[in-house]
Write a protein that binds this ligand. Sequence first.
Ligand SMILES: [Zn+2]
Ligand SMILES: [Zn+2]
Length: 378
Amino acid sequence: MKFTAINFTCPSCGAPMKFSPVSGTLKCEFCGTESAIKDTMETIEEYDFKKALLKLSKQTPQLIDKTIDCSKCGGSFTLTPYSVSSNCPYCGIPAITDFIQEITPRSILPFQIPQKETKERFKKWAGSLWFAPASFSKYLDSEDELKGYYLPYWTYDSDTITSYRGMRGDIYYVAVARTIVRNGRQETVQVQEPRIRWTHVSGAVSLSFDDITVGASKTISRAIIDALAPWDTSRLKPFDERYLSGFEAEEYTIGLDNGFEFAKAKMNSVIEQAIRRDIGGDQQQIHSIDTTHNNITFKNTLFPIWTASFKWHDKIYSYAINAQTGKISGERPYSTAKIIFALLAAAIVIGGLVYFRMEQQNYTSIQHSETYDYPVRF
Ligand SMILES: [Zn+2]
Ligand SMILES: [Zn+2]
């Protein structure tokens, strides 16, 4: 289906303007003219979850490919159904188009970390991984490998009441007679041995949650996207298309109801900790949990993320950076050669004459991937 796209042109020279994370303004790449994005006085609202679900149940979701004719070069290109902002593949000018989902973002966290700084952070991160292959560091030098995305997020608020049943365990000590051998002679001594006393308990805890964030895109794996948290939602701005200019942006592909299931899982782990504190004692068992959610509200919003992927030994490793805080999340490639070398070096130092045999599975098994959290530093 044909869609029209907008872009912003420089008042001085007519070239396209893109959002600059450095200045927080629209900036002309050609002559450097800046144009400020004034904050509207619009407050960022929370919306009623149940009312919205009711409304959504009456709609059938539509998936239409968006065909756009570039206003500058006339080239025609097709966006994925859920893409709302991209760049013309022929001339590179920004193309911002319409949302098709029922719920559209009313707020946005603008990009704060520019591409150049992101690259430096990636390099530093890769450099700190002694086991990463050299080609990984080289890859980070290549141009245009980072892609900036505004990805859709849901945030949920909920007042919860949870009733629970479980057991409280209290440790106490009993004196037990033990026979020991001292100076070749048998002796009987008293020792204190711990025991646990379990008591049935039940109770209720109530917790209020504010802005539980859930990624609503399938573009990046959930493990990577979850590891990018936390997000500072107190810095949300009212939605403005100008923030999208030059960046990719998507609307949600994980619905409001599904998103809430992910939010519930996040809330549950906090609720469980509260129950353990409520039970008290030295150990706790939780046998049943029953949570009621009240006053559920939500927001649909866009968060800024830099992404990169690196192909090595036929496997693709994906990375993402939280473009608000700089936190890195991703799978790290392991260089088998570096690991063997390090193990051998260690063996030579420690073992000397010890016969050292490296078995095949000792190092191939290390080649799995995992999520890595990079500490946030400012
Ligand atoms: Zn200009
Ligand atoms: Zn074009």
